[in-house]
Design a protein around this ligand. Structure first.
Ligand SMILES: Cc1cc2nc3c(=O)[nH]c(=O)nc-3n(C[C@H](O)[C@H](O)[C@H](O)COP(=O)(O)OP(=O)(O)OC[C@H]3O[C@@H](n4cnc5c(N)ncnc54)[C@H](O)[C@@H]3O)c2cc1C
Length: 337
């Protein structure tokens, strides 16, 4: 059985790639074992909420800002125009997967073991079977498969647990030089978590890896595209990955459709996401905050300086498109040195 496209992984990257391809009439197969609990704080960022339609079925709470602390310094950013949604991640993933199936994609509940590119197609070996496709989107998140294609060299180790506490309408970030600990409020409980660059923090909870260090070196091959976490598309500053996963899945579908109709070259994928995703600005912020003195001043300024507070709000909500890495470096540098 040969498909026009196989999409490996039914997280946001894979489901939105499959939605795009199947809606255009391409014979699409989604492959995912559908057997793993996703460890995620479940925040749909302001940019996500601004750009995409959302559904109340997975929304747990509307968030009006973020509380940022470092040691005993506490700052609070109230979003002026934007807001975020805290979601139930499992319901969100199932919702998107069902949309892909309604659009006409097939689903194979299986795990892909290896891929073999030939001149004519790709042979996809799963645990139970072999299938063929003209093109493949690897959207398998942090996985061995992504690593086989040269992805994901750097991770942060995360632990998260559910806590029965009264939720607030702010996402909380307790900053560290190599990341942060968080409190994500849900409808009637919170998720607390923390990350480390060295190893899983020694506390009880659900474990997961998150890519750090930005996009992988190559996100396209002659018949294969990498999307979402598999391509390293996660903001190094706040760990946002759902927006990039969804959008890169959509771009992958558009480019593959263009390749199949003769209007696109597969290399266009990289041009398209580079044109939209600004990881360099976020890298600048995250690199500067790897220093304790800088971090302390950063949070103090958020607390005491209205202009700076607004400036960080713009970075977090991506409300202002005119902040270049140079501007960020200059402005942050001015304040924190
Ligand atoms: C602790 C933690 C908290 C986070 N919080 C947030 C947040 O609040 N907001 C935010 O925007 N981002 C957050 N992220 C990041 C976000 O979860 C990811 O960026 C996002 O899930 C990436 O989507 P994806 O579709 O690329 O991969 P995933 O969502 O990881 O989906 C990959 C899919 O591939 C499947 N798969 C894996 N291997 C195979 C295989 N061999 N064959 C077939 N299928 C396979 C898996 O079963 C899975 O369903 C967080 C990450 C972590 C670790």
């Amino acid at each position: 059985m040969k498909y026009d496209a196989a999409v490996i992984g039914a997280g946001p990257a894979g489901s939105f790639a499959a939605i795009g391809l199947a809606s255009l009439g391409y014979r699409t197969l989604l492959i995912d074992p559908c057997n793993k609990k996703k460890v995620c704080a479940g925040i749909l960022t302001a940019q996500y909420v601004r750009e995409f339609e959302t559904d109340e079925v997975y929304i747990e709470r509307k968030l009006k800002g973020v509380k940022i602390s470092f040691r005993d310094i506490n700052g609070e950013i109230n979003y002026r125009q934007a807001f975020e949604y805290s979601i139930d991640r499992e319901t969100y993933d199932n919702f998107n997967l069902n949309k892909a199936l309604s659009a006409g994609s097939e689903l194979k509940k299986d795990a892909v073991v290896s891929l073999h590119e030939t001149d004519q197609w790709i042979e996809i070996k799963t645990k139970k079977d072999v299938v063929y496709a003209d093109y493949v989107v690897i959207a398998s998140g942090v996985s061995d498969l992504a690593t086989q294609f040269g992805g994901l060299k750097q991770y942060a180790y995360c632990m998260q647990q559910r806590k029965d506490a009264t939720p607030d309408s702010y996402f909380e970030m307790d900053m560290k030089t190599d990341g942060y600990s968080w409190v994500a409020p849900k409808k009637d409980y919170v998720l607390t978590g923390t990350s480390s660059l060295i190893d899983y923090p020694d506390i009880p909870g659900d474990k997961a890896l998150i890519p750090v260090g930005g996009p992988v070196e190559r996100t396209y091959f002659s018949r294969v595209l990498l999307a979402g976490d598999a391509a390293g598309f996660v903001s190094p500053f706040e760990g946002e990955g759902i927006y990039y996963a969804r959008r890169s899945g959509e771009i992958a579908a558009e480019v593959l459709a263009g390749v199949m109709s003769g209007e696109n070259n597969i290399a266009d994928y990289e041009k398209r996401w580079k044109n939209e995703f600004d990881f360099s600005t976020l890298n600048v912020v995250s690199d500067l905050l790897a220093d304790e003195d800088v971090l302390e001043k950063f949070v103090r300024e958020i607390r005491d300086n209205e202009g700076f507070n607004e400036f960080v709000e713009n970075i977090l909500t991506k409300e202002s498109k005119d902040l270049s890495p140079g501007d960020i470096s200059y402005l942050l540098g001015k304040i924190v040195h």
